[in-house]
Unconditional design. Structure first.
Lengths: 261, 792
């Protein structure tokens, strides 16, 4: 790993002041550190945001659950409040990576990295999340812009993610047998007025499957999406899964999620 | 005193391993050491036009940079193939030079070109980035099936063919096939595997400027052999000026048999730069450069009668050697493979023909099982298919062709000393509730799942091996093993072995054996291994040989200790030697019942006299001290055998395969420590299930390894396995005094065909290749649905 300056500011203002085009914010470091070790990335300044107290924690209000950016997956997975308000979100967090990853990885890190096969982005999309940054609030559908791309500007830092509490929801994933990332993951959330089916792993970026969402919005049952032909065009095809296989899994896991709701 | 052999003694080594107190090569640091980083070829095949080290030499902290040019100038030898194999036409195999640092051409991604030494690891990495290599990229040969049709990658190796080897009688096979009612055929790919030892390879080298001795700490399964090779072929240093130490080693599975480029380079360089050197592989380097396993393309046929009798067998295999022939690389697909390919069956006529080819991929060498998993996969897929096509129960067809007489003269090479194959399969059937399978299948079907059952019966030839036999077949060394048993004056015992433990629990097993032989508590015994300066020369650990060869050397050395002890005790007790009985650590004079403990005798051997009296306990003709050694050369291989049964359940919607039940009944002869043996079987089965269902080594068409990290290479994990159901039949080996057979590889040998037979059974006979990944199985399920719909 190339040497760098390590900073551990106590508040967001200091953190953002240190940011530059050759800096990186460090939360759990689950992607940043391996990338640096493998020489795929190098930074002049690494700004560790884990010492910033206000970035961590879980708050539940009447309609939303807000999770601080540096809250670890294990904290979300085991939070009584999350389990009560959005059990699917706790379940999702509890199945990310392995115990070591869950004890270090954070929600802010996950969504800022926007790995195409990460789990959290699907929850953000399906649960109409609002991403709070140090500068603004961004709707999830505008936040995830492409493969490893987000709407975040240079020096902009995710502070928290505010999820809308649905009536029902479930997350199902088909893990990559090697990495255990999602080959595909489907987050189904039934809100008062409509249903969102968010899919991760299948394409270069998380997305809402409009066809499935529409069908479930009019009739929230497995039968309403039975036989839906999920198109494989635009889906990833790699040594782990062809686009055709992924398309099959999307419709299958959407049904599994509806069944589990 | 109760016998320790046969009891579940807890492992002596667990304390240090579980508490992080093991001492591995990477734990060793030497004052003033430099750090080595290798510059490796990013191309699978490329001419090296030039190597410019000038910028690297000026880089901060860099102490030295060496390339293929310097190593050639110093006449340092390359890596070697340990077995000379002859082709069917009598010609010798073709082996290209494999210099430790490639000078003119690179032949696989990861092949070292240059090395940078620096004060810190970071500086060495930085320096390595500044070495400029000018390559002319050439078209790589990757697929073994196409290798013979492709451009030759090595000068003087036509068609990329190392040898075209035959074992058996083609004419007799043709005659047998002419008489057959049916010919069963399979086309198989035995998938390439990356060994993935938990500890990556590493070496630390210390050149002593005073004694001119090089000490190499390294991750080796066979330090004595490493020293021999580096001295005799590498010209690194004379054997007496080279000490090789393999301390705790975290797994080998065959990948740490070879002396590798890095060990040769660092040993040579340490003397050159007069500084100690440390090199530790990163995981990517392990993936790219550790020797890989398997990689066969096979067409095999079995001639059968309608009532299920086997008449003949043929096996045409292309074995991928990778870029170079390494230590066991050439013998693994020949003598370790061909003879076992007829399995546990009486087959009157058989042959195995193997064409070994070079490709621009990592060298392939022995990997847990080495040749026998490939052999067992070939025959057991054929037998299962024969059962299916003939409509005979899969266990019945096996029983029908088992030998019933032992010794069993197997078709191609081996005479198997002992075994009871029928008993093993019967026991496996009972333990697996074979009879109840149909009910379980129906239950799965009712849940929309496909359930399959697979069987395989295997034998294997391990405990390698009788020196005269293996040397007659082309082995470059004899495969005996040595031991020295050293009674210390105060009664503790050091047992030196030439075998090496990198997970096999020698500290425990060998202490159990020696404790029984010497009648002392095993706490008094230390097993010492892994250091060429300690104990006698030895051949190391691979081929399930530690106990069956090395263990016997210990037994024999102990017997010599007891024999001398008897003579000394007789003199001490003033009786004749034949009046002494040795039992439970005591020499007893039968008539008087006077006794001396073995500790007292040892003490007397070292302090042979007493005050005020001119009297020695040492008989005339004997010498003081109590140290004995033994070199044991076995009379035969060891032939473990058994039957495994697996049940899988497939979810046709996802193609996920779940191993529901796994039963293994093995015959390892007499078992020294059942707990350790069970652990070996567990590990072997896990690796075999890994091969069958998960491990997916893939090179792209340019020779880049696509699965070079755990993000992409699927290592099996605990949640991929059910609880294994193990049983044993114990017919003692007649070829060694303990009656033991090798147990280290059997699990990995038997399990791939067992699992695949179950998967294929669930798929109604549709054949798919390993690894049976979810998508492959899903596609097969779809095809099955289609054909079922058509039939309906």
């Amino acid at each position: 790993m190339k040497s760098f300056n390590y900073h551990a500011p106590k508040d967001v203002k200091d953190a953002t002041k240190l940011a530059s085009s050759s800096s990186a914010f460090l939360a759990g470091g689950m992607t940043t550190i391996p990338s640096m070790k493998l020489g795929l990335a190098s930074y002049k300044d690494v700004i560790d945001i884990k010492k910033i107290k206000k970035l961590s924690g879980i708050k539940v209000s009447g309609k939303t659950v807000t999770i601080g950016a540096t809250t670890k997956h294990v904290e979300v997975a085991t939070s009584k409040d999350v389990k009560k308000a959005i059990p699917a979100l706790a379940k999702l967090a509890g199945n990310i990576g392995d115990a070591q990853v869950r004890n270090r990885g954070t929600i802010g890190g996950s969504i800022s990295n926007n790995d195409p096969s990460a789990c959290y982005p699907s929850a953000c999309m399906a649960l109409n999340a609002v991403i709070h940054t140090n500068k603004r609030k961004i709707d999830a559908e505008k936040f995830f812009t492409g493969m490893f791309e987000t709407a975040l500007k240079s020096g902009e830092l995710v502070e928290a993610v505010e999820f809308q509490i649905p009536e029902k929801a479930d997350y199902q994933k088909h893990p990559n047998p090697a990495s255990r990332y999602a080959i595909i993951g489907v987050f189904v959330a039934k809100h008062k007025k409509d249903v969102n089916v968010a899919v991760t792993g299948a394409k270069s970026c998380v997305y809402i499957d409009k066809d499935l969402s529409k069908k479930l919005s009019s009739n929230f049952s497995v039968s309403s999406i039975e036989g839906t032909d999920v198109k494989s065009s635009g889906m990833n095809s790699d040594m782990h899964a062809s686009a055709e296989y992924r398309a099959n899994l999307v419709s299958l896991y959407a049904k599994k999620a509806v069944e589990a709701c | 005193m109760a016998s320790l052999v046969g009891s579940r003694v807890e492992r002596k080594e667990d304390g240090r391993f579980l508490q992080g107190r093991g001492r591995y090569t990477a734990d060793i640091n030497i004052a003033n050491q430099t750090y080595a980083v290798f510059v490796r070829s990013p191309h699978a095949r490329a001419k090296i036009k030039s190597v410019d080290t000038s910028k690297a030499l000026k880089s901060s902290g860099v102490v030295g940079v060496l390339t293929g040019k310097e190593i050639a100038e110093d006449k340092i030898g390359g890596l070697i193939a340990g077995w000379a194999i002859r082709s069917e036409d009598g010609s010798e195999m073709k082996v290209p030079a494999n210099p430790p640092l490639a000078k003119d051409i690179a032949n696989f991604v990861g092949e070292p070109i240059a090395v940078v030494f620096a004060e810190t690891l970071d500086e060495a990495k930085e320096g390595a980035e500044k070495v400029k290599v000018d390559y002319k990229v050439l078209k790589a040969v990757v697929d073994p099936a196409d290798a013979m049709k492709s451009e030759a990658i090595h000068d003087g190796v036509d068609k990329n063919l190392c040898y075209d080897w035959l074992l058996g009688d083609r004419k007799a096979v043709d005659e047998a096939f002419a008489k057959a009612d049916k010919i069963i055929k399979v086309d198989l790919i035995n998938n390439r595997l990356v060994p993935n030892a938990m500890e990556p390879r590493a070496c630390v080298v210390d050149y002593n400027t005073a004694s001119e001795e090089i000490t190499l700490y390294t991750t080796s399964q066979n330090p004595h052999l490493s020293r021999l090779v580096m001295s005799a072929f590498g010209n690194v240093a004379p054997e007496n000026k080279l000490r090789v130490v393999a301390p705790d080693v975290g797994g080998g599975f065959g990948s740490k048999i070879n002396v590798y480029n890095e060990e040769i380079v660092c040993s040579w360089a340490s003397k050159k730069i007069e500084r100690p050197i440390k090199w530790v592989a990163e995981r990517t380097e392990s993936f790219l450069t550790d020797t890989h396993g398997r990689d066969h393309v096979t067409h095999a046929e079995l001639a059968v009668t309608n009532d299920g009798k086997f008449l003949g067998f043929k096996n045409e295999t292309i074995a991928n050697l990778g870029a170079y022939a390494r230590v066991f690389g050439t013998v693994t697909p020949t003598y370790l493979f061909g003879p076992c390919a007829t399995g546990v069956y009486v087959i009157p006529a058989a042959y195995s023909n193997v064409k070994a080819v070079y490709t621009n991929t990592a060298p392939v060498d022995a990997y847990r099982g080495a040749g026998r998993p490939e052999a067992t996969y070939t025959i057991e897929r054929l037998v299962e298919k024969a059962a299916m096509e003939l409509g005979i129960d899969k266990t019945e067809i096996r029983m029908k062709n088992f030998p019933t007489q032992f010794p069993f003269k197997q078709t191609l090479v081996h005479t198997v000393d002992s075994g009871d194959y029928v008993a093993g399969l019967e026991k496996a059937k009972q333990m697996a509730d074979y009879a109840g399978f149909e009910a379980r299948r129906k239950k799965s079907e009712a849940n929309g799942k496909l359930r399959g059952i697979g069987v395989s019966s295997y034998f294997e030839a391990c405990g390698i091996a009788p020196s005269a036999a293996v040397m007659s077949l082309g082995c470059g060394v004899g495969l005996w093993e040595s031991a020295e048993v050293r009674f210390n004056p105060t009664g503790q015992i050091s047992v030196f072995t030439g075998a090496h433990s990198h997970g096999q629990s020698h500290d425990t097993t060998f202490a159990q054996i020696a404790a029984d032989e010497l009648g002392v508590p095993m706490e008094n015994i230390d097993v010492v291994h892994g250091d060429t300066d300690k104990g006698t020369f030895g051949m190391g650990t691979y081929g399930s040989r530690s106990l069956t060869v090395g263990g016997i050397a210990i037994v024999n050395a102990c017997k010599k200790i007891v024999a001398k002890g008897k003579r000394v005790a007789a003199k001490m007790l003033e009786v004749n030697e034949d009046e002494i009985e040795f039992k439970d650590g005591e020499f007893v004079a039968l008539k008087s019942n006077k006794k001396k403990t073995i500790g007292e005798v040892a003490f007397a051997c070292y302090l042979p006299g007493q005050r005020d009296e001119m009297k020695s306990p040492i008989p005339e003709g004997d010498e003081p001290g109590l140290i004995e050694s033994s070199f044991f050369d076995p009379a035969n291989f060891s032939f473990p055998a058994g039957s495994h049964i697996c049940e899988v359940e497939i979810d046709p919607d996802t193609g996920n395969v779940k191993v529901e039940k796994y039963t293994a009944v093995d015959d390892f002869g007499r078992i020294v420590n059942p707990m350790i043996v069970e652990g070996q079987v567990h590990g072997g089965i896990a690796q075999g299930i890994g091969q069958a269902l998960h491990e997916n080594t893939q090179y792209d068409e340019t020779g880049q390894l696509m699965t070079a990290s755990y993000m992409d290479y699927t290592m099996p994990r605990a949640d991929n396995f059910p609880e294994f159901n193990l049983g044993f039949t114990c017919t003692h080996a007649t070829s060694n005094p303990l009656g033991v057979k090798g147990c280290g590889e059997a699990g990995a040998i038997a399990s791939p065909p067992t699992v695949m037979n179950a998967v294929i059974d669930a798929l109604g006979g549709q054949e798919i290749s390993m690894p049976a990944t979810a998508e492959k199985v899903w596609k097969a399920c779809k095809a099955m649905k289609k054909s079922n719909a058509k039939a309906a």
